[in-house]
Design a protein around this ligand. Structure first.
Ligand SMILES: [Zn+2]
Length: 593
C-alpha cells in the first residue's frame, strides 16, 4: 500500500481532474461517483465527502446502482482464485481470510454465491473489513451471507449499497491515512465489557447478577483509568464518575446510559452512552484540560426491566423515584430484589440520598445507538433526537375455563388465549390508525408475551398471561390509545365470558428535548460536516427519567443491519463511534456554565 497519503485540502483545492485522480478506486470500477461528488466541494470533513458520494449514487437511480453492485467481484469467487481482483478487493478479501478458506468453506461460499445471484441478479456485497475495519471472521461472513439470502430484493439492493459505502469509507480512510483511533478504542471497550454475561452463548446482563457486578467493577476501573476525580458505585449499583470543573461550586452536566442488557441483547445498547463520554474525559485529562462545569458520567445499573419489573431503576433513583415495593419482588428463582441488593453489598438505606438536586445541574445529555432503521436507511451517522415517546406497560392474565378440546362445543368455550389473541389484533389495528402530521405511523402497540401456563394440545386454554406495551409521541395520544385498548380488553372479556387482571408496570411521560441542549447537539453535528437530521425516539431511555427534573437531549448513532437492536446483530462502526465522540467533545467545549 502507498505510504503517501492524500489530504482533504488537496481534494478541496486541486483542479477537478487532479482531485478526481486522487479518489480513483474508491468505488469499484466506478470512479464517476467520486468525480461527480466533487461538485459539492469544498468538503468540511471526510464525513461530508462520504455523504456527498452517497448522494451522487442516490440521485443516479436504480440502474446505475445495480450496475455498481455488478461491478463488484463475487466473494471468494473466480476473480479471487484467478487473482484478477482490483488491488483494493484483494486487500479486503485476504484481510478477511477468504484466501485461506478450507475446501468445504470455499464450496459452501460458491453455493451461496450461486443461490444469491439466482435470487437477486447481482453479486453479494459485504464490507468484509467489518465495523471495526479489522476484518470479519470467515464464520461471520458466511453467517451474514446465509442471513441476507432471506431478504426482500429491494431491501437487499439497499443493503449492498450500504456495504459498498462502508467499503468506500474504509478505502477513503486508507487514502487519507486516517484512523478513527478513539472510535476503535471505544469499539474495543464494548467487546471487552461483553465478555461478562449471565448466559454462555448470548449477551445477557440483568440486574445484580454476577456478570452484572463484574460489569460495574469493570466500568469503575475504566472510569478511574480515564482520569475521573471521583468514582463510586452507588446504593442501587449505578457506577458514577465525576470529572471536576476548573472551579469550585460549578454546576454539573450529567450524561450516561445503562450497562444492563436485555436477554440475548446487543453490545452497544446503553453502553455506547457510557463509553463515549469516558473517552472524552480521558482525552481532557490527558491534555490537562478542565471544563467550566463538572461532568458526571453515570453508568445506570438497570434500565431494561429484565430480572425484576423495575424498568429505569438506575435513573429513577436519581430523580427520587425508586419504588420501595420493588424490593419485595422476586426473580424467576425466588430471589427478592432486597436479597439481591444485600448480597451485592449495596446499602439500601442510602437509596433516598441518591436523588439529585436539579438546581445544581445544567442538564442531562445521552448518546445512544438508534435501535431503529432510520439513520441506516438514510446513510447518516448521527441524528439529533427531538423527543422520546411516552409509553405505558402492563402485564395481565385472562382466566377462562380449561376444558376438553374434543368435547367442548365452539359456542360454549371460554378460551383465555383466544381472548388475548383478539386483544393483540385490536392493538395492532388501533395503533396503526395513529399518524403524525407527516402521515407516518407514529404510535406503536405490542403484545410481546402471550403464554398459556401448563397448556396442552388437547385442552382449551383456561389461562393466558400477556403483556401490553403502548407508545406515542405525546402523553395525550398515548392515553387515548391506552383508553381504547383497555376498553377493548373489557369488551372482549365480557363478550367471551372470561375475566382478566391487569397490572400497570411502567408509565413514562413523553420527553421533548430541551431546545438549548438540542441546539448544542445540532451545532456539534454540523461542525463535523455531517448533515443535520432530526428524529424522535421510539424507545424509552434513561433521559426520560432525568427529564422529570432537568432539561435533556439525546444524540443517536446509526446502527448497522437496518439498525436492529435487542438482538446480537446490533452493530455500529468505529467510524460512527468516532463521530459521536467528536460530537460529544464539541458539545462539551461549547457549553458554558
Ligand atoms: Zn438502551
Amino acid at each position: 500500500m502507498s505510504t503517501t497519503h492524500i489530504t482533504l485540502n488537496q481534494i478541496n483545492t486541486l483542479p477537478r481532474a487532479e482531485a478526481a485522480a486522487l479518489l480513483t478506486g474508491l468505488y469499484e470500477h466506478s470512479d464517476w461517483i467520486a468525480e461527480q461528488a466533487l461538485d459539492a466541494r469544498p468538503f468540511a470533513s471526510a464525513a461530508a465527502l462520504k455523504h456527498a458520494m452517497v448522494e451522487v449514487l442516490n440521485r443516479a437511480g436504480r440502474d446505475a446502482q445495480v450496475a455498481l453492485v455488478r461491478a463488484h467481484p463475487e466473494l471468494a469467487g473466480k476473480a479471487m482464485v484467478t487473482k484478477s481482483l482490483t488491488a483494493e478487493s484483494t486487500n479486503e478479501q485476504s484481510k478477511a481470510g477468504l484466501t485461506d478458506c478450507t475446501p468445504q468453506e470455499f464450496a459452501h461460499i460458491q453455493q451461496l454465491n450461486a443461490s444469491y445471484n439466482a435470487k437477486f441478479g447481482f453479486p453479494f456485497i459485504l464490507a468484509v473489513r467489518g465495523p471495526r475495519g479489522a476484518g470479519l471472521t470467515r464464520q461471520q461472513i458466511i453467517q451474514t451471507f446465509e442471513r441476507r439470502l432471506d431478504n426482500h430484493p429491494d431491501y437487499e439492493l439497499a443493503e449492498c449499497l450500504r456495504n459498498i459505502h462502508r467499503i468506500v469509507e474504509i478505502r477513503l480512510n486508507d487514502k487519507l491515512g486516517y484512523q478513527p483511533t478513539l472510535g476503535h478504542e471505544v469499539w474495543d471497550w464494548h467487546e471487552w465489557l461483553a465478555q461478562f454475561s449471565d448466559a454462555d452463548d448470548a449477551l445477557t446482563v440483568t440486574y445484580l447478577t454476577d456478570a452484572h457486578q463484574k460489569c460495574a467493577r469493570t466500568i469503575e476501573l475504566g472510569l478511574q483509568a480515564c482520569g475521573f476525580d471521583d468514582v463510586r458505585i452507588d446504593a442501587v449499583g449505578n457506577v458514577v464518575g465525576i470529572y471536576k470543573a476548573a472551579t469550585e461550586n460549578a454546576k454539573t452536566l450529567m450524561t450516561g446510559s445503562h450497562y444492563d442488557t436485555v436477554r440475548n441483547g446487543g453490545k452497544y445498547d446503553g453502553r455506547l452512552g457510557i463509553f463515549v463520554p469516558m473517552a472524552c474525559v480521558r482525552e481532557l485529562a490527558r491534555a490537562n484540560q478542565r471544563l467550566p462545569f463538572n461532568l458526571e458520567v453515570v453508568a445506570f445499573a438497570e434500565e431494561e426491566g429484565q430480572r425484576y419489573k423495575a424498568t429505569f431503576l438506575g435513573s429513577g433513583a436519581l430523580v427520587g423515584d425508586f419504588k420501595h415495593e420493588w424490593l419485595d419482588q422476586a426473580d424467576a428463582d425466588g430471589v427478592t430484589m432486597r436479597q439481591a441488593m444485600q448480597q451485592a453489598g449495596l446499602k439500601l438505606a442510602d437509596i433516598p440520598k441518591l436523588a439529585r438536586d436539579a438546581s445544581k445541574y445544567l442538564g442531562f445529555v445521552e448518546v445512544h445507538i438508534e435501535q431503529g432503521p432510520v439513520l441506516n436507511e438514510r446513510d447518516l451517522p448521527l441524528g439529533v433526537v427531538t423527543s422520546i415517546n411516552g409509553s405505558v406497560r402492563f402485564v395481565g392474565e385472562v382466566r377462562g375455563m380449561a376444558s376438553h378440546a374434543g368435547t367442548t362445543p365452539m359456542d360454549r368455550r371460554r378460551d383465555a388465549a383466544a381472548a388475548v389473541a383478539e386483544l393483540a389484533l385490536y392493538v395492532e389495528q388501533r395503533a396503526l390508525r395513529d399518524r403524525g402530521a407527516d402521515g407516518q405511523c407514529n404510535a406503536v402497540g405490542t403484545v410481546g408475551l402471550l403464554t398459556v401456563p401448563n397448556g396442552s394440545i388437547n385442552v382449551v386454554p383456561g389461562r393466558c398471561q400477556f403483556s401490553l406495551d403502548l407508545r406515542a409521541p405525546t402523553n395525550g395520544q398515548r392515553d387515548l390509545l391506552m383508553r381504547d385498548v383497555l376498553n377493548a380488553l373489557q369488551t372482549i372479556c365480557t363478550r367471551r365470558g372470561v375475566h382478566y387482571t391487569l397490572e400497570e408496570t411502567m408509565r413514562a411521560s413523553a420527553a421533548p428535548s430541551s431546545p438549548q441542549w438540542q441546539a448544542r447537539w445540532e451545532a456539534a453535528v454540523q461542525a463535523l460536516g455531517v448533515p443535520l437530521f432530526h428524529l424522535p425516539s421510539g424507545a424509552g431511555h434513561d433521559a426520560m427519567k432525568l427529564h422529570e427534573v432537568m432539561p435533556q437531549a439525546m444524540l443517536f448513532v446509526r446502527g448497522q443491519n437496518a439498525g436492529i437492536s435487542h438482538n446480537p446483530l446490533e452493530s455500529t462502526t468505529s467510524d460512527d463511534m468516532q463521530l459521536a465522540i467528536d460530537a460529544f467533545m464539541h458539545l462539551l467545549h461549547n457549553t458554558h456554565a
